[in-house]
Design a protein around this ligand. Structure first.
Ligand SMILES: Nc1ncnc2c1ncn2[C@@H]1O[C@H](COP(=O)(O)OP(=O)(O)OP(=O)(O)O)[C@@H](O)[C@H]1O
Ligand SMILES: [Mg+2]
Length: 491
């Protein structure tokens, strides 16, 4: 059932069409006065508008008729509009279609014509709302707030990502394994105007040279044994969007020169085919090993390096931003582990000590996996030191209080162990991220420390409010203006 706003200056027409639509199960809001209809549009919020454009005999399309059309298209979500025109006024219909009308019906029209047009308009409307919903979800998944990090080095990453996302620049994302290179690449794509076109990731180290070549560039049937059909390459699949070349350092010299050509000429040639195909693709690349080293060894082309490295975004290893470990832990337990298990996991202070002391060679991915494992193993809802992987327990500094937690015999009654305040408390107040125990970061002035804590707290409130600043301000108990000032770093 849809809500239909119906406008026509002829009462009989409104009655006839109105009855017909009601018989089809729709809710009808009828008007014979176009001013009243235009005014009622925002509050009625119809799915469909059926309006006459031809209000006064002897005149061309009434500006008010077009006004209804314009207002209907400006609603959020916009209503689909079917325009009814008088016999012979084709210019009016053309003008209406130009202004975004979905369809027009010429008077006199048959009942079936109207029914069909309404059906098509509503089907179109349903597709539009579904697409809008999916886009919103996708965007939410890859919005910046999904990248957790309050450390100054991560703030630099955010600034850079924000600055370059909506450009066509080639970008090289650098960082050890598990630092979030793919996450950043996706954020770049989903925050660019290419977001509705494909994001195509490919791990260049996962395939042997000839397979990777045909994956990237495609091939013609018969180009090599086994090529039984023509195949489009990933560059073509990504047309209009973004290709993400992960571990680009492991590409063979032959493929490196082919890639260089694509970057220079913006065209690809399939294997076994000399005809170039133009592609409009943004290239993002990532590497977890310094390419300069490979250039010196002669295994990576210097000219390709300069093409890829137009802008680089270095991601810090987790051990260089230990203050983010509590934030990441809260994020993973709340948003990743918790929704799957339906249990609001907590961690003890001991666990947080151990997590902050570990060196995390596998970076954020290792932390995520360790927490997932711990949550699976733990009995109840409080993750204890004994639930952590042995590698983390083994790495605790010798002779420290942390080490004592390794041996279950020396553990205090586990349920008595104080809980680290990760999640919002029951009174709705979010847990303030604590300074990382055992952090090797140098001492900072109190003012800087407080400001960082404040920024992390604000960021968390924004995340929880889905980036809605007004809601975040309310949950923080400050005015919107104060929140903006604090975000701008003015206070
Ligand atoms: N800053 C972050 N905030 C939240 N989650 C993160 C962050 N960084 C990484 N992750 C998560 O850690 C995991 C690994 O991230 P990702 O795959 O982007 O790393 P990578 O650098 O591409 O790793 P690799 O070099 O092994 O390919 C993912 O599940 C990702 O969502
Ligand atoms: Mg990766």
């Amino acid at each position: 059932m849809a809500k239909v706003l119906l406008v026509d200056d002829e009462l009989t027409m409104v009655q006839m069409v109105g009855d017909l639509l009601r018989a089809e199960g729709h809710e009808v809001v009828p008007f014979t006065n176009n001013h009243a209809a235009a005014e009622a549009l925002p509050t009625t919020a119809p799915d469909l508008v059926i309006t006459d454009l031809y209000f006064e005999p002897g005149t061309k399309a009434s500006p008010l008729g077009l006004e209804i059309l314009r207002k209907a298209r400006e609603l959020s979500p916009p209503a689909v509009v079917i325009v009814i025109t008088a016999f012979g006024s084709i210019e009016t219909a053309v003008e209406a279609m130009k202004n975004g009308a979905f369809d027009y019906l010429e008077k006199p029209f048959k009942v079936d014509e109207l029914k069909l047009s309404v059906q098509r308009a509503l089907a179109y409307n349903a597709v539009l709302s579904e697409t809008a919903h999916l886009r919103k979800q996708l965007k939410k998944k890859y919005q910046f707030s999904q990248i957790i990090g309050a450390a100054p080095k991560m703030q630099d990453v955010f600034k850079m990502v924000e600055r370059v996302a909506d450009t066509d620049s080639t970008i090289l994302v650098l960082g050890e394994s598990g630092t979030g290179k793919e996450l950043v690449a996706r954020a770049l794509h989903f925050n660019s105007r290419r977001q509705f076109a494909p994001f195509v990731p490919i791990n260049c180290s996962a395939l042997p040279e000839n397979l990777l070549e045909s994956e990237l560039f495609g091939h013609r049937r018969g180009a090599f044994t086994g090529a039984i059909n023509d195949k489009k390459g990933l560059f073509q699949e990504a047309d209009g969007g973004t290709i993400f070349l992960d571990e680009v350092g492991s590409m063979s010299p032959v493929l490196q020169s082919r890639l260089l050509r694509v970057l220079q000429e913006r065209e690809v040639r399939r294997v076994g085919d000399n005809t170039p195909v133009y592609v409009n693709v943004r290239v993002l690349a990532a590497t977890n090993e310094p390419l300069e080293k490979r250039i010196k060894e002669g295994t990576f082309r210097e000219d390709l390096y300069y093409r890829l490295n137009v802008i680089s975004i270095p991601l810090p290893p987790l051990r260089e931003r230990r203050e983010d470990i509590p934030l990441l832990t809260a994020h993973f337990l709340r948003d990743k582990v918790h929704p799957r298990s339906n249990r609001p996991y907590q961690v003890t202070r001991q666990v947080m000590d151990l997590l902050c002391a570990h060196d995390w060679p596998g970076n954020v991915r290792e932390l995520e996996n360790a927490l997932e494992r711990a949550a699976t193993l733990c009995e109840g809802e409080i993750i204890q030191a004994a639930d952590l992987p042995p590698s983390i327990l083994a790495a605790a500094p010798a002779g420290s209080a942390l080490l004592e937690a390794q041996t279950p015999a020396t553990l205090p009654a586990l349920s008595d162990t104080a809980i680290y305040p990760l999640h919002p408390s029951s009174n709705g107040e979010p847990g303030v991220p604590q300074p990382p125990p055992g952090s090797s970061e140098p001492m900072v002035p109190l003012k800087t420390f407080l400001r960082e804590q404040e920024q992390a707290h604000i960021k968390r409130a924004l995340q929880e409010a889905g980036d809605d600043k007004e809601r975040a301000a309310i949950s923080l108990g400050v005015s919107l203006a104060t929140l903006y000032r604090k975000l701008a770093g003015d206070e």
